[in-house]
Design a protein around this ligand. Structure first.
Ligand SMILES: O=P(O)(O)OC[C@@H](O)[C@@H](O)c1c[nH]c2ccccc12
Length: 267
């Protein structure tokens, strides 16, 4: 890695500072008193594996470090409900405010509206954030191998499972295969290199072939045509995490609907 800080380093540094404050404000025992802490989670594994499932994980994403503002006006409750009605297998909502422009209310309004699994898209660097995710009503959390050691990954995945949530582990490199552990439910392969933002689906296909056979594979990022999704499905991917292609349109929900129609017709 270069001496210059890449975006991931910057995000991690910011997260650690944020979490330190949050822990003081709302200790874990208080998180555990939240209404959502008691709710039974929806299973992403089931939703994705269901007969005829689209496998689309549709993301609510306002902006990103690589693309700047993607959609400045979309209303989370409307968009995610449209995603659900369009046939998405799961919805992902970013909760990072500083780099991805999330509003504190985005995730809460998605939780109130949805009856399908909801992924909290966050940079998890501290176990506190796992309890926080449960309290927010997340069904699934994301663990990013690039910012965790294999041991922490296992500890964090264990905590999430213990709280009744599922775990999506995100990989990008062969070297990260050692982060896979028995508590992980789904493995995502990020087509986008978070260190330089380049996108390479062929690389993801090669990496996916090295995963345990029965693992659910999620293709992530830069997916913008039904053809690419079909190609990835033929190469063993069952789920497809997509944000920008939907969010950059005036109606993310309508775009998602016609996209799903096309890919489901090809199954
Ligand atoms: O908007 P895209 O290119 O369709 O990508 C969605 C999703 O994969 C991307 O937002 C993402 C994948 N892994 C992440 C980790 C953190 C933040 C964001 C991400």
């Amino acid at each position: 890695m270069s001496a210059k800080q890449n975006i991931l380093d910057k995000i991690v540094q910011q997260k650690l500072a944020e979490v330190a404050v949050q822990k003081e404000q709302t200790p874990i025992f208080q998180l555990m008193e939240c209404e959502n802490f008691k709710r039974k989670c929806y299973s992403a594994k089931e939703s994705i594996s269901k007969q005829g499932a689209s496998g689309v994980i549709a993301e609510f994403k306002r902006q990103s470090p690589s693309k700047g503002v993607i959609n400045g006006t979309a209303k989370p409750a409307d968009v995610v409900k449209d995603y659900e009605e369009a046939g998405a297998s799961m919805v992902s909502v970013l909760t990072d405010e500083k780099f991805f422009g999330a509003k504190a209310s985005d995730f809460a309004s998605a939780r109130e509206t949805l009856n399908i699994p909801l992924l909290r898209k966050e940079f998890i660097v501290d176990s506190y954030q796992i309890y926080q995710s449960k309290a927010m009503g997340a069904d699934v959390i994301l663990l990013i191998a690039a910012i965790l050691t294999p041991q922490r990954c296992k500890d964090f995945a264990f905590i999430a499972k213990d709280l009744g949530m599922e775990v999506l582990l995100e990989l990008h490199d062969d070297a990260e295969l050692k982060h896979v552990n028995k508590f992980v439910d789904l493995v995502g392969i990020n087509n986008r290199n978070l260190k330089d933002f380049s996108v390479d689906t062929e690389r993801s296909i090669r990496l996916a072939k090295r995963l345990p056979e029965d693992m659910i594979r999620v293709a992530e990022s830069g997916l913008d045509s039904p053809e690419v999704v079909k190609d990835m499905r033929e190469n063993g991917f069952q789920a497809f995490l997509m944000g920008e292609h939907f969010m950059k349109m005036d109606s993310p929900g309508d775009t998602c609907k016609s996209f799903i129609k096309e890919i489901v017709a090809a199954i």
